[in-house]
Design a protein around this ligand. Structure first.
Ligand code: MYA
Ligand code: JJ1
Length: 388
């Protein structure tokens, strides 16, 4: 059934539940001299290109490929529309490799027709910190689908990751592959219910009118928690301590240091927003919340072309109840004109989703590790990792 994935060092469906298999790497690293030195072969009309995201021109080509060909919902009503600024942020974290930003061009026209990326990350799995690649933005132009280009791209990114002496990877997908370490549910909190209903993102509930719906989702004009403010550069050490301590409780989570926190969590306009609670008396940072900006194109609506969505990222509560902290996150997201606030049922998110009027979506997100076996699948609440 999975002609490609059956050949890869990933947990296979036939092994699910087999607790005699060892936990950890599925195959050992090979000497670097034994890693294939030349790129994999593409069909003869295509060529590899390394995408320099510093180049405005290349970044625009990547942006347009994804804008027109990346992930859609199951009814093809919405398509992710990552901004250029977001792509630069996502692809240039500390220690990134330009060689892991891989494109495919048509030789004749030089048009960019496919893309896949990796970025380096340290991810803790149970009690071991593992150097990994986070693989994302796999995309093949709609006109070139089902030609088995994706397996070649995955093998090529794998080869380039191996050349940096990294042997594991983490990735997510909306499709089921061999085999998820966990499956997460998307939840959605309406901020602009009228627009969401008008564009078909949500529906009027039974026995609900538009005005009752608008009232149901109304939020205060400003956050309620004393000392709630935007994160700043000087907060990086305190936020790193807070986050490291919090993420320690999950089975799989990033091992963030201060450089990572500065990159991934310091606010960047229209890319990532982070807020914290500084106790007014002792100036101690006790709580933290964050979300990233990922709009979707609305396909074929006369009135609206984009849905502005915020996605819950990392949140830590030690003093302010998580429910109150996330309510404040919803309030600032509404103030910033987002239409919807999305979250997965990871970490402790289940403790606020229903109470804060999130509803389950029709999408799921499956999480995977490459060349690392977990004896048992995780509950989504045991996962401390959010990929973009
Ligand atoms: S997930 C986002 C994926 N992108 C999209 O959904 C955008 C819209 N779709 C497309 O662009 C295409 O449909 C794609 C497939 C490119 C997805 N992950 O070329 P094909 C397998 C992994 O004929 P196409 C993200 O970015 C499929 O099961 N494999 O198909 C994370 C089949 O294999 P098998 C996938 O539709 C990506 C084969 O590909 C996915 O033209 C992580 C068919 O190939 C998928 N999302 O193109 C990648 N979809 O026969 C893995 C289909 O065995 C990274 N397939 O079933 C692994 C770690 C690598 C690094 C390791 C380092 C050590
Ligand atoms: O956004 C998603 N679904 C929406 C829109 C559905 C439109 C018809 N298919 C949804 N809306 C209901 C909201 C409602 C608000 C009031 C309360 C009740 C709920 O369910 C879904 C997630 O649910 N998104 C997708 O399907 C996009 C793809 C998700 C998989 C992504 C995979 C890839 C990334 C790898 O990096």
């Amino acid at each position: 059934k999975h002609k490609f994935w059956e050949t890869q060092p990933v947990g296979q469906f036939k092994d699910v539940g087999d607790s005699s298999l060892p936990e950890g790497p599925i195959e050992p690293p090979t000497p670097l001299s034994e890693v294939k030195q030349e790129p994999y072969n593409l069909p003869s009309q295509y060529e590899w290109t390394t995408c320099d995201m510093d180049s405005e021109e290349t970044c625009t080509e990547v942006y347009n490929l994804l804008k027109n060909n990346y992930v859609e919902d199951d009814e093809n009503m919405f398509r992710f529309n990552y901004s250029k600024e977001f792509l630069r942020w996502a692809l240039r974290p500390p220690g990134y490799y330009t060689s892991w930003h891989i494109g495919v061009r048509a030789k004749a026209s030089k048009k960019l027709v496919a893309f896949i990326t990796g970025v380096p990350a340290r991810i803790r799995v149970l009690d071991e910190v593992v150097k990994m690649a986070e693989i994302n933005f796999l995309c093949v132009h709609k006109k070139l689908r089902s030609k088995r280009l994706a397996p070649v791209m995955i093998k090529e990114v794998t080869r380039r990751v191996h050349l940096e002496n990294i042997w594991q990877a983490a990735y997510t997908a909306g499709v089921v592959l061999p085999t998820p370490i966990t499956t997460c549910q998307y939840w959605h909190r309406s901020l602009n219910p009228k627009k969401l209903i008008d564009v078909g993102f949500s529906r009027l509930g039974a026995r609900m009118t538009m005005s009752r719906t608008i009232k149901l989702y109304k939020l205060p004009d400003s956050p309620a928690t004393p000392g709630f403010r935007k994160m700043e550069l000087c907060d990086v050490p305190a936020v790193t301590r807070l986050l490291r301590n919090y993420l320690g409780q999950f089975a799989v989570a990033p091992d963030f240091d201060e450089n990572d926190v500065e990159h991934w969590l310091l606010p960047t306009e229209d890319v990532v927003d982070s807020y914290l609670v500084e106790s007014p008396e002792i100036h101690e940072i006790t709580d933290f919340c964050s979300f990233y900006t990922l709009p979707s194109s609305i396909l074929g609506n006369q009135t609206y072309s984009t849905l502005k969505a915020a996605y819950s990222y990392y949140n830590v509560s030690t003093k302010t109840p998580l429910l109150q902290l996330m309510n404040d996150a919803l309030i600032v997201a509404k103030q910033k004109d987002f239409d919807v606030f999305n979250a997965l049922d990871v970490m402790q998110n289940e403790t606020f989703l229903k109470e804060l009027k999130f509803g389950p979506g029709d999408g799921q997100l499956h999480y995977y590790l490459y060349n690392y076996r977990l004896r048992k699948a995780l509950k989504s609440s045991e996962l401390g990792l959010v990929l973009l």
